[in-house]
Design a protein around this ligand. Structure first.
Ligand SMILES: [Zn+2]
Length: 281
């Protein structure tokens, strides 16, 4: 099985192309090896001066339906699936050149990013500093939604969702242990999902312009419009992928049990900020 959360370096440059979910613009993303200590840095190569946007929590701008980072007037949106893959892969140093304001959605999951980076060649980084495990619980809430990080000897990620108005989703729970379960097989392939009765409203608001039945699972009250699913609990697995991507804005994710219920990019990034405070104080 592949390794998870142990540091690696990319050997060769790789490129992925496609349309972004929200803005619908075609973009190319070129992932380039970077020296240790660089961190992950987006570069908007289409803008004058090629502005850099570090993939850190301090750059988070907007968290409505996707996570957007920004520096000055330069922004990059829908970074969470790539960042989830980088975090689990242990790829902490990378130049990410993008020629538009949003990363491509690809097939709606993390799988294409995972496969492209594997094809680029990954080598272990020796003597990489280990991130210390969490020592106290940290929690954020919003109504009955929450994200908690609980001290645990090994990393685990658990996600619960409840969509009573959408029978094909309903209540789902999924828990992933990177110690024993493959990310590439169990989490990376889980696709973005959405709701048929919200499509028109979101389109009118200028969102999901690049969404289609090819790159997102769409559900109405009674059924999926574009089966088959890759997993019966694919939506819960996708939310877990989003959580991994948002936590990855910390850099290496500290060992802990992360447990989210009905959460959102906003709550995921709030928890990450609280964790960052705990780690630096
Ligand atoms: Zn997502």
């Amino acid at each position: 099985m592949e390794t998870h959360f142990s540091r690696v370096a990319l050997q060769n440059t790789v490129t992925c192309r496609g349309a972004g979910l929200h803005l619908g613009q075609m973009t190319a993303v070129t992932l380039k090896p970077a020296p240790a200590g660089t961190g992950r840095v987006f570069i908007r190569v289409d803008l004058p001066g090629r502005p850099e946007i570090p993939a850190d929590l301090s750059q988070v701008r907007e968290t409505l339906l996707s996570t957007e980072l920004g520096a000055g007037s330069a922004t990059v949106r829908t970074v969470e699936h790539l960042l989830a893959v980088l975090g689990v892969m242990g790829l902490e140093d990378l130049i990410i050149e993008v020629n538009g304001p949003e990363l491509p959605l690809l097939d709606g999951s993390g799988l294409v990013w995972w496969q492209a980076l594997q094809a680029g060649g990954l080598t272990p980084v020796d003597n990489a500093a280990e991130v210390p495990p969490l020592t106290e619980p940290v929690a954020v809430y919003d109504g009955d939604a929450f994200v908690i990080a609980i001290p645990a000897p090994q990393r685990r990620f658990t996600y619960g969702i409840d969509f009573p108005r959408y029978a094909p989703i309903g209540k789902q729970w999924y828990s992933w242990s990177p110690e024993t379960e493959s990310f590439a097989a169990e989490v990376a392939p889980a696709r973005t999902f959405g709701f048929a009765d919200q499509v028109e409203k979101l389109r009118q608001a200028g969102l999901i312009q690049g969404g289609s039945l090819e790159n997102a699972l769409v559900c109405d009250g009674e059924t999926w419009l574009n089966p088959p699913l890759r997993f019966s609990d694919e939506p819960a697995r996708h939310k877990l992928l989003d959580l991994l991507g948002d936590l990855s804005l910390l850099g290496p994710i500290p060992p802990a049990h992360y447990f989210a219920y009905k959460a959102s990019h906003r709550l995921h990034t709030q928890l990450a900020r609280r964790l960052q405070g705990n780690l630096t104080n």
